[in-house]
Design a protein. Structure first.
Length: 148
């Protein structure tokens, strides 16, 4: 299958065939990767549902030989005079360390300018649709366009 993909290029059909073959061989972590790729090439709600089940089954294959890191992680104290509440940082100054420490010390980080306003509006709208679809499904009023 690998050679066929290399020769003919990647398609949704080839990615699904590879994922099926890997899953049949019991290579669940590799199958998760292949199904994820297949879904990126050609999005499909059935593939997404299959991925949820497969990820759960593949969890047993994860390497757990390393000990878990200590919890909770150490976060440095805020600088003197830091206001109470969420950490507010301009997007240009955001670093992984700031995100980590902000979440550990304040529960969140507000990064002004990180997401353009139009994108933020689309994200908000999509989240609201997801909650509405969930509520409709629970109430037995879901429609076919809510399934994905």
């Amino acid at each position: 299958m690998r050679e066929e993909i290399l020769d003919g290029g990647l398609s949704g059909e080839r990615a699904r065939a590879l994922a099926d073959a890997l899953e049949a061989e019991g290579r669940l972590l590799d199958a998760v990767e292949a199904w994820t790729l297949a879904n990126r090439v050609q999005r499909d709600a059935a593939v997404e549902r299959r991925l949820v089940r497969l990820r759960r089954a593949a969890f047993a294959e994860l390497d757990r030989s390393l000990p878990s890191p200590p919890w909770p992680p150490v976060a440095p104290d805020d600088a003197p005079g830091t206001p109470a509440g969420p950490l507010i940082v301009p997007a240009a100054e955001l670093t992984p360390g700031i995100v980590r420490n902000g979440i550990l010390r304040h529960g969140c980080v507000l990064a002004r300018g990180l997401v353009p306003p139009a994108r933020a509006d689309r994200l908000r709208h999509t989240i609201e649709r997801a909650f509405a679809a969930y509520d409709a499904a629970v109430a037995g009023r879901a429609t076919s366009d809510m399934a994905p």
